[in-house]
Design a protein around this ligand. Structure first.
Ligand code: C2E
Ligand code: MG
Ligand code: MG
Length: 554
């Protein structure tokens, strides 16, 4: 590791370390002078003393004898002082070494830290440029560290970080650098020849592979994966990027890898910066839009396929953005989940929908989609019931739709939330059934009321050689588990024909109409005579938006 280079970069500390060494040389000089003086005076006085003892000459000169004695005392004193100073210098050197270690290194993993790391990369880059070489910075971030911490505690989290750090260190070449950027983020830097990009690719592949090997600890088996971004310093135009810029670019590429499904790596490309900017704008737009009440419910009809009768609506979120127009949930739901506003967003939509649905015939149900993130909130059931009570909406008219991905999360916690909602009369359906990996035992262990066959299976029924076996199998699975079925995505008569005769199925899709806003829905219901008598002028969800926006702002 290139610790030495970091040291040279920190000249100031080295200067401070020179002072005791200078003192050391002066003391040594004095001692040598005293020895020379001792040899000089001793050479004259000692033979005189010996001759005087043997009775062959007169007593030595008193002045010279005193000078010799003084010289001996000086020599002893000087020697002691020299040793003391030496010890003092050593203690000081060790303390400085330790202080530098603490300032440069992350105490938990021993990696260079956020402060010393970029300096070391800078030094590496300059040295590599002299040899006409490039430097690659690889930034890696654990994909599921929050869950590891939440499920197993911080001690296990720390153990995972040190294990990953050790594994990385083993893979780095002798001239590589390892830095802990912070939290679960590490950076590595290696010099490489311009044309040897494959060396960096091989390292990135290897790091992804070793990070995903299971970690065994006190009977636990923990699986972690990493996403990785790579940036390199060589440029043919302009100044080469600074170490901080390299880390920033690698970070953008790492973020891109996360978006593309995690557990993979990407090299930085300039358009990634634009994507990130767009994404940041969306994030800000969502936060501000939530405060401004720009998120509104749209409603999609749900129909009894046998009778053709309208039985309820699924509420689908829309974002009326002044900048982007009417935005579909595929764009904003996942971002709202990531920036942790999905709870507030969903509650605001449900409040509006309950107000809208109060004016509808009491026979019509209302389905709302719930994100897996919301089911991590232990207070979710209470919050939902509170909103129902607040709006005087009967729980039996509400159905919540959760996706199969909820079943991978902490099933115990999901079960307790789902059970308490069911106890209040709310119905639960499993949305997009068939796209996830729910096991049959999980299906039985959670008290679902309905299966919603994913649109992809239903649209297939419109194909040339329509194969309705899969849909038929899901319907009969539903029958076996006493779960009624809804088919979503019915776009045309052909699909409807294929579905009729499969049993009592509910359906929804563009054949019956696109999702509509509250006003259009009311108009549709008015024509069908499905509005509550004398309730045609009731306030709408849009009317409560202002109050809701105030509540969010407050
Ligand atoms: P989903 O719950 O499966 O909703 C059905 C989606 O299929 C809706 O898309 C709907 O417009 C679309 N769809 C319905 N019939 C047809 C059809 O015949 N053909 C085609 N091609 N599409 C059809 P949308 O509104 O874009 O919603 C997408 C997803 O966003 C929803 O899928 C749901 O998972 C999620 N979502 C919507 N609103 C919310 C919400 O308030 N909270 C949460 N957490 N998720 C929501
Ligand atoms: Mg749904
Ligand atoms: Mg669905």
């Amino acid at each position: 590791m290139l610790v030495l280079t970091v040291r040279t970069a920190m000249n100031k500390t080295a200067d401070a370390a020179l002072k005791p060494a200078q003192r050391d040389i002066i003391t040594l000089g004095i001692a040598i002078a005293a020895i020379i003086l001792f040899i000089g005076t001793g050479g004259t006085v000692m033979p005189q003393i010996v001759r005087s003892w043997m009775g062959q000459g007169s007593a030595p000169d008193m002045l010279l004898t005193n000078a010799l004695l003084l010289n001996v005392a000086l020599l002893l004193f000087g020697w002691r002082r020299y040793k003391d100073l030496n010890r003092e210098v050593e203690v000081r050197r060790r303390a400085e070494e330790r202080a530098r270690e603490l300032a440069e290194r992350d105490p938990m993993t021993g990696c260079l830290n956020r402060r010393s790391g970029p300096i070391a990369i800078e030094v590496m880059r300059v040295e590599a440029a002299k040899r006409e070489e490039d430097v690659a910075v690889l930034l890696l971030d654990l994909d599921n560290f929050k869950q590891i911490n939440d499920h197993n505690g911080h001690q296990v989290g720390d153990m995972v970080l040190t294990t990953i750090a050790e594994r990385i260190a083993k893979e780095l070449p002798a001239d590589g650098l390892q830095i802990r950027i912070g939290g679960d983020e590490f950076a590595c830097a290696i010099p490489f020849e311009y044309r040897a990009r494959d060396r960096v690719d091989a390292l990135a592949d290897k790091l992804i592979q070793i990070a995903s090997a299971p970690i065994k600890h006190e009977g636990l088996l923990i699986e972690a994966t990493i996403s990785l971004g790579v940036a390199h310093s060589h440029t043919t135009a302009g100044d080469p990027p600074s170490a901080d810029k390299l880390i920033h670019r690698a970070d953008i590429a790492m973020y891109h890898a996360k978006k593309r499904g995690r557990n993979r790596y990407f090299w930085f490309e300039s358009q990634m910066e634009d994507e990130l900017r767009y994404r940041n704008e969306l994030e800000t737009g969502i936060r501000e839009g939530l405060q401004a009440g720009e998120f509104v419910p749209f409603y999609e009809q749900q129909v009894n396929l046998e009778t053709g009768e309208l039985v309820g609506f699924e509420m689908l979120a829309r974002w009326r953005s002044p900048k982007y127009g009417l935005v579909n949930p595929d764009v904003f739901i996942s971002i709202a989940e990531e920036i942790d506003v999905i709870g507030a967003l969903s509650e605001s939509l449900i409040r509006q929908a309950l107000v809208d649905a109060k004016g509808w015939s009491p026979d019509l149900s209302l389905s709302v989609n719930i994100s897996p993130i919301q089911l991590r909130d232990p207070w979710f059931a209470q919050k939902l019931l509170h909103i129902l009570v607040e709006n005087g909406f009967p729980p039996h008219r509400l159905e919540i739709e959760i996706t199969e991905s909820c079943l991978h999360e902490n099933v115990g916690a999901v079960r307790s939330i789902v059970t308490s909602l069911k106890n209040q009369g709310i119905r639960i359906s499993l949305d997009d059934f068939g796209t996830g990996y729910s096991s049959l035992s999980q299906l039985r262990s959670l008290p679902f009321d309905r299966l919603k066959i994913d649109r992809s299976f239903v649209t297939e029924l419109a194909g040339e050689n329509a194969n309705c076996e899969l849909v038929r199998a899901i319907v009969s699975l539903g029958k076996g588990l006493s779960l009624p079925v809804t088919a979503e995505g019915i776009e045309n008569g052909k699909v409807l024909d294929a579905l009729t005769g499969l049993g009592e199925i509910k359906g929804q899709g563009y054949l019956y109409g696109r999702p509509e806003n509250a006003d259009a829905t009311r108009k549709r219901l008015a024509k069908l005579g499905l509005l509550v008598e004398g309730n045609s002028d009731t306030e709408t969800g849009a009317d409560v938006l202002d109050a809701d926006a105030d509540r969010l702002a407050g």
